[in-house]
Design a protein around this ligand. Structure first.
Ligand code: JFZ
Length: 460
């Protein structure tokens, strides 16, 4: 028993030291502070999660991309800017926000069934409206006809399902009178600094009220006012890390002295991971030596609820493939949902969640905890592997006419065994072609879904 306690203390100590060493003081140009992958258990968990859900919810759900009879096909959550709505008029929407059918237990259940391990929810988007009853503003859920806190039951329901909760928080704020896009005078600077106190108060309020959240996902850091106040950005990073040691922060938290956003002047991501892969995945990269996350919309570019989805809407197969792509390149994938004004989730999104979830239930072991396998990419799909494991996963999306899947193994490695992940009795004939190259013959096996083949590798 005593020995266990000592081991635990030593582990905690080593973890704390390695964690402290990972986060350094920035250089004179206020560059990045996390210069290599964080080895601590919080970040390790983030990495193993691999699949997350994004939720964009706010007053823009009420307008749904339309204003005074006109449809604006651009992002629903940007309606205030795109339709040129004055702040006073926009603030009136608050009286219509009344999500009577909001049931976070159902949302969390849906998310769990979809297979996500974490969720990022917009506590405050650019519009400035807060989903929780903040002490520091009236522009919150408390002033709506609904009145009740939306966030607490949300956090509880998701955590009960074992899903890690992250808070999205926009630095950019179209409502707070102290916020400035540009600084043109001493007064502007003073106002912006007041706004910054507001930001810090709210972040502290959020962390204190929801101590079990895992991190913040910042956004809206690109405006001239924030770039000019890059030192405040660094202060903000320090502040968050002090508020909650081990907290996980995305790269949209800072800018450097030269005004770079997302990445510093040396191309290194800010924060703990690179979250700038937005609606696109990194391409032509075997693996990246940093942590990263891609976030994706279901239609082309709608984060908040829009009444009309125009253009291409992604299918479950596309989502599964994006998730596999990200895992095979050592990154996370986050799928966005834009709940409706009554608190329910669009039927298409529910169906999508169900389909992706059904696939994840049987094939998820090729995703969760997996990483880049260090092998040459092949046209049939993606290789993934759990670090240090001798099991290799082949996630197959495209079957060649020859039914022969090509693979190149590392030197001095052979295949001891193989089977279909969902049916261990289903094995395939392996043919060595030359060197360390092989064909796996699918034969006449029939598939209607992307599938995973597990290879047991053996070192010679
Ligand atoms: C931002 C928001 O403006 C948007 O409403 C949504 O919340 C999204 C997740 O984040 O949009 C961005 C931010 C950064 C880029 C593109 C859109 N970018 O770096 O290309």
């Amino acid at each position: 028993m005593k020995k266990n306690v000592i081991t635990l203390l030593v582990c905690l100590f080593v973890n704390a030291i390695s964690f402290a060493q990972t986060i350094s003081v920035p250089d004179s140009l206020m560059g990045a502070t996390v210069l290599s992958k964080r080895p601590d258990s919080a970040m390790q968990k983030w990495r193993e999660n691999r699949f997350g859900q994004f939720i964009h919810w706010g007053l823009y759900a009420v307008t749904g991309g339309q204003w005074k009879g006109k449809n604006y096909p651009t992002s629903a959550e940007w309606l205030k800017v795109d339709a040129g709505i004055s702040s006073a008029e926009y603030a009136e929407i608050i009286h219509q926000f009344n999500p009577q059918k909001y049931n976070p237990v159902e949302w969390a259940h849906m998310a769990k069934n979809m297979g996500v391990k974490y969720v990022i929810v917009t506590t405050k988007h650019h519009e400035g409206f807060c989903l929780w009853p903040s002490k520091f503003t009236d522009f919150s859920i408390a002033s709506t006809p609904y009145k009740k806190d939306l966030l607490m039951p949300f956090v509880k329901a998701y955590q009960k399902e074992g899903i890690d909760v992250y808070f999205y928080y926009s630095i950019l704020d179209w409502h707070n009178p102290d916020y400035r896009s540009v600084i043109q005078s001493k007064d502007d600077q003073e106002a912006f600094e007041r706004y910054f106190v507001y930001v810090k108060n709210q972040l502290k309020e959020l962390i204190t009220t929801y101590p079990n959240i895992k991190g913040f996902w910042f956004d809206g850091q690109w405006e001239a006012s924030y770039k000019r106040n890059y030192k405040l950005g660094y202060e903000l990073e320090q502040y968050c890390r002090t508020l909650k040691p081990g907290i996980i922060l995305n790269n949209r938290i800072r800018t450097d002295a030269l005004g770079h956003v997302d990445h510093d002047y040396n191309g290194r991501h800010f924060g703990d991971f690179d979250g700038s892969f937005e609606r696109r995945l990194p391409s032509n990269v075997k693996t990246l030596n940093f942590d990263w996350e891609a976030c994706m919309t279901v239609p082309e570019n709608q984060w908040g609820y829009h009444k009309i989805w125009e253009g291409h809407v992604k299918t479950p197969f596309e989502i599964q493939e994006m998730l596999a792509t990200c895992t095979s390149m050592g990154g996370n994938f986050v799928l966005n949902f834009g709940p409706q004004p009554d608190g329910t989730i669009r039927a298409y999104e529910q169906d999508l969640a169900k389909d992706v979830g059904a696939w994840m239930r049987t094939n998820g072991s090729a995703i969760y905890g997996c990483d880049n396998a260090g092998l040459e990419k092949q046209d049939w799909g993606y290789f993934t592997q759990k670090p240090g494991d001798n099991k290799l996963y082949m996630i197959v999306f495209n079957i060649p006419i020859s039914k022969a899947l090509k693979l190149k193994l590392p030197e001095k490695t052979t295949i001891a065994d193989n089977s279909l992940l969902t049916d261990s009795r289903q094995m395939f004939r392996i043919e060595k072609t030359y060197g360390n190259e092989y064909y796996l013959h699918l034969g006449d096996a029939k598939f209607t879904q992307p599938f995973v083949i597990t290879l047991q590798l053996k070192k010679d």
